[in-house]
Design a protein around this ligand. Structure first.
Ligand code: SAM
Length: 299
């Protein structure tokens, strides 16, 4: 039986050969997940080059199956079943978009808007997350803003499974403030006209000719989560801006994620409408344009 360090080196080399961008970190994560250890325990055992400590041959089979999945470039989060987003450990898998770190900043702008919003007569602020996916943004807001009533809207049945699971993992108070709707976020929410204080969205926005190069994204994120339709990928985002104008009260805020090259087009789109004022673009931690923030005007 190879030592622990030899096994880790072997898995790291296999993942590296498969083009995995962070092969050692992923190898450590797969071993830790399989044995129920902390990643620090895996690193320590590898550094000491301990003898292989695993008695159960099934664990070896499970580890091998997971390594083969990662070699095929299935996202690590699918294999572990978990994606971390702000304070949440979200369940993810086939059919749902894996939340990205840059979206944590988009959620922060929505949280800031919710905290700055005057409360309604019931003491609450109303937030709507359009294109909610796993619930990363909307559930974070429910968890972090104790007076937010959050409605999450998602059209995909596969994503909806994860969204419901993740909502159940909130504490009872946050869960009681969450409503989940299966609907087309572009056009079916007229019932709630002018009630929201904040609308937040991370819609699909990739243009058809910008197919992502990473297999984890191209082959495993659902197409309806990636491609925003239209030549520039902005058909869905523009429809979300229009729908947000119907949903928001006057003075309410829309926060919407977009690609780094789409800031100007979306600012211009909002500026061309009588329903919006003060469009601005916020950057992510790498300094790239990342989201539109705009205020519902008084018409
Ligand atoms: C980029 S993912 C974002 C998911 C999540 N908000 C996040 O940030 O991780 C876009 C999501 O929008 C959903 N979606 C796409 N078109 C939609 C539509 N017309 N109505 C509702 N949801 C839609 C997709 O199924 C996908 O879950």
């Amino acid at each position: 039986m190879p030592t622990f360090g030899a096994r880790l080196r072997d898995i790291t080399r296999r993942l590296s050969d498969a083009g995995v961008p962070s092969p050692q970190a992923d190898a450590v994560a797969l071993m830790a997940h399989t044995f129920g250890w902390e990643t620090s325990d895996v690193r320590t055992a590898a550094a000491r080059d301990d003898h292989w400590p695993v008695d159960n041959p099934l664990d070896l089979d499970r580890l091998e199956a997971r390594v083969v999945r990662r070699e095929s470039r299935e996202p690590l989060q699918h294999i572990l079943g978990t994606a971390y987003f702000r304070n949440l450990a979200l369940q993810v898998g086939s059919g749902v978009f894996v939340p990205r770190p840059e979206t944590e900043g988009v959620a922060q702008h929505a949280i800031n808007a919710a905290l700055a919003s005057p409360r309604g007569r019931d003491g609450m602020v109303r937030v709507t997350d359009l294109c909610a996916g796993s619930g990363a943004i909307g559930l974070s807001i429910a968890a972090e803003v104790p007076h937010a009533q959050v409605t999450l809207v998602e059209a995909s049945e596969a994503a909806m499974v994860y969204l419901r699971l993740n909502a159940r993992m909130l504490n009872a108070d946050a869960r009681s403030r969450v409503t989940i709707l299966m609907a087309d976020a572009r056009r079916c929410l007229h019932l709630f006209e002018r009630c929201a204080d904040v609308v937040v969205s991370n819609p699909p926005y990739i243009p058809p000719d910008a197919v992502p190069r990473d297999p984890e994204v191209r082959d495993f994120d659902p197409p309806e989560a990636l491609y925003g339709l239209g030549e520039d990928g902005l058909d869905v985002p523009r429809a979300i801006v229009d729908e947000a104008a119907r949903l928001l009260r006057v003075g309410g805020t829309l926060v919407m994620e977009h690609a780094d090259v789409q800031g100007e087009a979306l600012r211009e789109f909002a500026a061309g409408s009588q329903f919006w004022r003060d469009p601005r673009t916020e950057q992510d931690l790498t300094g790239r344009d990342r989201c539109l923030v705009v205020t519902r005007d008084g018409i």
